[in-house]
Design a protein around this ligand. Structure first.
Ligand code: FAD
Length: 422
């Protein structure tokens, strides 16, 4: 059996590693000159910056991605420091007066009445998951205080690049359940590139091939079945095709898609998919700005949702004695035309969060449309199958339920492999 994989992002490489280790002949085609998509590094002045992710796996060494990496025998070391997530609550943002509250004790800043309500909600929602509203609506109804809403925005902005108002409450609570189940974040030693390079090694070791600078221009469909792809006018035939580029771009490549009612329904669903947008600001610091390898959530900031300093776990991600600090902020869809203003507001936040600290800005990157934070915003993923037999979609355009970012990618790949391999 032969599988063709379109794209060498994390989802494509995980699928290729699993299929090539399960007896499939695998060919991966990547249009860029490098592999890894939005999960690899590039070097600027000795700092390992990235094409996307902030060098963090949301559930560290015990999450779905770590499990899948182990299952395909990829060699990656993932480290986690315990109890290192904090909420930085500013009493006065302009004057820089704040306190850092441990993430697990975020309720300690609430009024006494809301603390009691929160304790009851933490128990009851694990039994009866809230439904049919946004996370923000749920917060407003149950804990009507600005700090609770700011914390929800900070968490959703950091983890999903969404406002709480755009996060379905079902997805938020699936995510909390996964946090209970799998624990908090960790960092792969060597950063994102260590993960995608190790997966590529597995694919090659298993006899698979990965071709860069090779763009797939069409998915060949015969009798409602995917039979291969077109590259430079040449047909490459296969038994199954795995697309790592999200449902809408996958559909664009299916020039002979069927015109059945089922396919029309699929097209209707595709039209509702919105990629989530964001801005990442990378700092080179001459001193630790955070001092731990976890996340500093910033609910009081105007734009920045959270910040990490991965060099506290892997010092080699920066030159000796220096720190790499990365701040993330969601960009609301109607603000995409104003990215420069969004970046300036993020930089102003960082100046207020780290007054008198010794750092410089290395790079500000924006992500939207075809190179987004998530190809399908969390909670709106439509699954891994398509109405075309033998055509599957993996990656963050087809995440598993409750999967934050690359953990969602791993859950989606796991689901796809269960369908294909049984
Ligand atoms: P992609 O990275 O989308 O790869 C798809 C590949 O397909 C690309 O290489 C592309 O070039 C190729 N391709 C496209 N079209 C074609 C074609 N026609 N033919 C051949 N090849 C093609 N996640 C985390 O878990 N932790 C984080 O800290 C984190 N932070 C993030 C911060 C930012 C700013 C961003 C943008 C993302 C972040 N993420 C994070 C999300 C994470 O980076 C992505 O979810 C993940 O990398 C997406 O992988 P993917 O499998 O969907 O593939």
């Amino acid at each position: 059996m032969k599988a063709i994989v379109i794209g060498s992002g994390l989802g494509g490489l995980l699928s290729a590693a699993k299929l090539s280790g399960s007896g499939y002949e695998v060919e991966v085609f990547e249009r860029l000159a490098m592999i890894g998509g939005r999960f690899t590094n590039f070097n600027i002045n000795g700092y390992q910056l990235t094409t996307g992710a902030l060098h963090m796996l949301p559930h560290g060494p015990t999450g779905p991605l770590a499990q899948l990496i182990k299952e395909v025998n990829a060699k990656v070391i993932i480290e986690r420091q315990d109890d290192t997530a904090f909420m930085r609550i500013h009493e006065d943002l302009e004057k820089g007066i704040y306190k850092d509250v441990p993430f697990g004790k975020f309720g300690s800043t609430f009024s006494a009445w809301n603390r009691i309500k929160l304790a009851l909600l933490l128990i009851s929602t694990r039994k009866w998951s809230p439904k049919n509203c946004s996370f923000e609506e749920w917060i407003t109804k149950n804990l009507n205080m600005p700090i609770a809403q700011q914390m929800a925005d900070s968490f959703c902005g950091w983890a999903l690049s969404l406002k709480a108002a755009d996060t379905p409450v079902e997805e938020a609570f699936e995510i909390f359940e996964n946090l209970y189940r799998h624990g908090g974040p960790g960092v792969p030693i060597g950063g994102c590139k260590a993960v995608t390079d190790a997966l590529a090694d597995v694919v090659r070791k298993n006899g698979g091939s990965i071709e860069t600078k090779t763009e797939v221009t069409e998915i060949l469909v015969e009798n409602r079945k995917a039979v291969g792809v077109l590259i430079d006018g040449q047909k490459h035939m296969a038994d199954i095709v795995i697309s790592n580029i999200g449902h809408p771009f996958t559909n664009d490549l299916c020039k002979d898609a069927p015109t059945t009612p089922q396919y029309k329904q699929y097209l209707d669903k595709i039209r509702t998919i919105k990629p989530s947008a964001g801005v990442k600001i990378c700092l080179a610091a001459n001193e630790p700005l955070i001092g731990h390898g976890g996340v500093l959530f910033t609910p009081s900031a105007k734009r920045v949702n959270g910040i990490n300093e991965v060099t506290n776990i892997d010092p080699k991600l920066a030159p000796p004695g220096k720190h790499l600090v990365m701040a993330h902020q969601t960009v609301q869809w109607d603000r995409i035309p104003f990215l420069e203003e969004e970046i300036d507001l993020g930089i102003a936040d960082l100046e207020r969060i780290f007054p008198n600290k010794d750092y410089e800005i290395l790079l500000a990157q924006s992500y939207y449309d075809g190179w987004p934070v998530n190809r399908s915003s969390s909670g709106t993923d439509i699954g891994n199958t398509t109405p075309i037999e033998g055509l599957y979609v993996v990656g963050d355009g087809a995440k598993g339920k409750g999967g934050i970012e690359v953990e969602g990618v791993a859950l989606g790949v796991k689901n796809t492999m269960n369908i294909i391999l049984g």
